[in-house]
Design a protein around this ligand. Structure first.
Ligand code: ADP
Ligand code: MG
Length: 370
């Protein structure tokens, strides 16, 4: 399932995810430039390094969404190597955090879910890192972002998919089933053993779902890896989960359009350098039952799609935090959300309420492009 892009990257104007522009220098001009460079070097006056150029790549095979990368690099070959490096890394995270598929020779979160109530599973450190972080986020959001809710979320997924396939018989999951599943949503049933390098689920009926945080965590780690390997100017969007490195080469910040929940346009445009912008919205994944829309963020209190907001955007220097927060904030009233965001250094948020009105955290306007 390919999800449509949410937040759009705005390099100069309006960004369209499927577009891959690359400026090709016609052969003759290239030959002239080469000759001039040769002459210049002959006279000993070449001193400036090549100007970085803009390269763009789209991946369709990670995290069930559209991933777009914009990179400024001095040459096509080195940009291509960077893209390949990033793609390989994202594929690794995708496989590790996949709860739906098994891969030969790999213990991933699917393997862990299959072994619920049975035995601990030896897993990659990157899985332990994600789960430890998700547990912290569970505490931070007062249980609103809970990865142990897999049973409840799976019921919603099944009914949503059935309803999308056959809209005439679309139905809601029965509350009794949701409640029965929710009896097994305790984060404490998920046990990380760092010393043994294992992850276990002690309750046979508990299932892990990292849909709320996996993409953001992977985006953050992959961005850090690219930065460590020398990338100085990059924008990565995994399905609207946006991370940035540095600024554009002219020193101006990256511009990111925030999806309007009610139209194809932008609600606003924010500018960031080295920060992440993440949006969750009710318009992303939903189905309709008796004329009413039911979306994919489930309030742990009611076990129903949260009704507080239509979209939430979080800006932070950590994309994992931003991702976890968008989901957690979605499931709490605005006063509690405002207090939570205010308590976190360097985190800003924008809430769109169901009546279309907006609320911003104190420092959000700093990022707004006027
Ligand atoms: P998206 O990644 O689709 O933009 P989110 O980051 O808000 O949106 O994650 C939504 C996904 O998280 C759902 O598809 C589901 O797998 C999972 N999820 C939904 N509600 C919760 C919740 N309250 N706590 C934890 N995970 C949730
Ligand atoms: Mg999220």
């Amino acid at each position: 399932m390919i999800k449509t892009q949410k937040n759009g990257i705005m390099p100069t104007g309006v960004f369209t995810p499927a577009r891959t522009t690359r400026r090709v220098i016609p052969g003759r001009i290239a030959a002239m430039v080469a000759t001039l460079l040769l002459l210049a070097s002959f006279f000993g006056c070449v001193s400036r390094p090549a100007e970085p150029k803009r390269y763009e790549r789209v991946f369709l095979d990670v995290f069930d969404t559209v991933t777009t990368v914009i990179l400024y690099d001095t040459g096509e070959r080195s940009a291509g190597e960077r893209f390949d490096q990033l793609h390989a890394l994202l594929l690794e995270y995708h496989r590790l955090y996949d709860i739906y598929n098994a891969y030969d020779g790999l213990n991933n979160l699917y393997t862990v879910n299959q072994n619920a109530g049975k035995s601990p599973v030896a897993v990659d450190k990157r899985i332990l890192g994600l789960i430890d972080y998700a547990k912290e986020m569970d505490v931070l959001t007062d249980g609103r972002m809970n990865i142990a809710m897999g049973g409840v979320l799976d019921l919603w997924l099944q009914y949503r998919e059935a309803g999308l396939n056959d809209p005439g018989s679309a139905a809601l999951p029965p509350m009794a089933e949701l409640e029965a599943a929710n009896a097994h949503s305790k984060p404490g049933s998920i046990v990380v053993d760092r010393a043994a390098g294992t992850l276990s689920i002690t309750d046979a009926q508990t299932q892990i779902d990292v849909g709320a945080i996996g993409k953001g965590y992977a985006a953050q780690k992959a961005t850090e890896a690219m930065e460590q390997s020398g990338v100085t100017s990059m924008l990565l969007s995994i399905g609207g989960n946006v991370c940035s490195i540095g600024t554009r080469p002219d020193g101006t910040p990256w511009q990111v359009g925030i999806q309007d929940p009610y139209s194809d346009g932008n609600l606003c445009v924010v500018q960031v350098s080295g920060r992440s912008v993440v949006t969750s919205g009710t318009y992303e994944r939903f189905y309709t039952v008796n004329g009413k829309r039911y979306h994919h963020i489930i309030d742990p209190e009611t076990l129903l799609p949260s009704t507080y907001y239509d979209s939430i955007t979080v800006i932070s220097d950590d994309s994992a935090l931003a991702d976890a927060l968008t989901t957690g904030l979605f499931c709490m009233p605005i006063s509690q959300g405002q207090a939570l965001v205010a308590s976190l250094d360097g985190v800003e948020a924008l809430w769109v309420l169901p009546d279309g009105t907006q609320a911003q955290s104190n420092g959000f306007s700093v990022y707004l492009v006027p």
